[in-house]
Ligand binder design. Structure first.
Ligand code: AVI
Length: 328
């Protein structure tokens, strides 16, 4: 019988429209205009992202799910019993289901953290129906900033972060380092992190994943313009911009841009911005790693990579990292 008794009230620390306004104006004033990619995920953006995950071209989700299914027992064993599992950017919690099906009551609590409140609640409710014995403590927050974790309703032996989807790839290296350090601080000594990391491969495979034939990724990118129109009183004509994808070899990332197809002027929150024809707003970076590259990044943050699982083609990896049990 469906129940939602395992869901605790949402701890609401969602970013305000004011933070969107400030970050957007700051980004649009730069020579290379940019808007932080976290703002792609309003309710519509989160739904479009779910649709991206189903696309033929978008190999990461399917590949990661395959790795999870094949190795979930080893992952559960690495995490151990009575863990507090904190998922950063939980979205629709698809991959978490695989973990919860295997770990279920072994978990002290599951804490999904997401910026999109409705999306967070919908998936928490769906999970609670299937796993009524696991306490679920949703936190609505921008997990890249510091936020508070609720107290676990059951004693937890360790805190383990879960960060699937290679979302770590959306950070430049310095920020990725800072974010992993933040997770290490949250887990404390003897903590863990189960993380999905997309690997470097053929450039066409990587770029096509962000430029699908149906145009779902283009709609996802352009949703940022729609969001600025709605929330910041902006005047973007969505038909005068196109989605553009580039591989940047030096930075090891796929860059997504919104390219102005004409010379035009746009107002955002009362401020005017000129665009030349061909000028872009840089909306997202998706960094790809080698196994060695990620291991050295993790080592700079207090984590050590303990186990790595990959697929047959070595497209993607799921890695379990730990912090030392010794008190710092
Ligand atoms: C969430 N993140 C890991 C995705 C990625 O692959 O960089 C976001 C995305 N943007 C377009 N397609 C997918």
């Amino acid at each position: 019988m469906p129940t939602s008794t395992s869901i605790h009230p949402v701890l609401d620390q969602a970013p305000t429209t004011e933070s969107f306004r400030k970050a957007t104006l700051r980004g649009l004033r730069k020579n290379q205009k940019r808007v932080p990619s976290k703002f792609l995920y309003d309710e519509r953006g989160s739904k479009l992202f779910d649709a991206i995950c189903e696309l033929d071209e978008y190999y990461p989700t399917r590949t990661e799910i395959g790795i999870m299914r094949e190795n979930v027992s080893a992952m559960a064993e690495a995490i151990g019993p009575a863990a507090r599992l904190v998922e950063y950017g939980s979205g629709s919690s698809l991959k978490t289901r695989i973990l919860l099906e295997r770990m279920g009551e072994d978990l002290a609590t599951y804490v999904p953290v997401d910026i999109s409140k409705r999306h967070l609640l919908e998936s928490a409710e769906a999970l609670a129906e299937d796993h009524p014995a696991v306490p679920i403590q949703p936190v609505c927050a921008d997990y890249t900033a510091s936020f508070e974790l609720p107290e676990s309703p059951r004693p937890a032996r360790r805190t383990v972060g879960y960060y699937p989807g290679s979302t770590i790839g959306n950070f430049p290296r310095a920020q990725a380092r800072a974010f992993l350090s933040q997770i290490a601080d949250t887990t404390g000594p003897d903590g863990g992190l189960l993380i999905g990391v997309d690997l470097k491969k053929d450039v066409d495979v990587m770029t096509t994943a962000y430029d699908d034939a149906e145009g779902v990724t283009a709609a996802f990118s352009k949703n940022l313009l729609r969001r600025m129109n709605q929330e910041l009183n902006a005047t973007f004509d969505l038909d005068a911009f196109e989605h553009q994808v580039r591989w940047n070899e030096a930075r090891g990332c796929v860059e997504s841009h919104l390219r102005s197809t004409i010379a035009q002027s746009v107002t955002v929150a009362g401020e005017s911005f000129a665009f030349e024809e061909g000028e872009t707003i840089h909306t997202e970076d998706s960094h790809k790693y080698t196994l060695e590259g990620f291991a050295s990044l993790a080592a700079e943050t207090g984590f050590e990579v303990e186990s790595v699982w990959t697929d047959d083609r070595s497209y993607f990896s799921v890695q379990y990292c730990t912090t030392s049990p010794d008190l710092a």
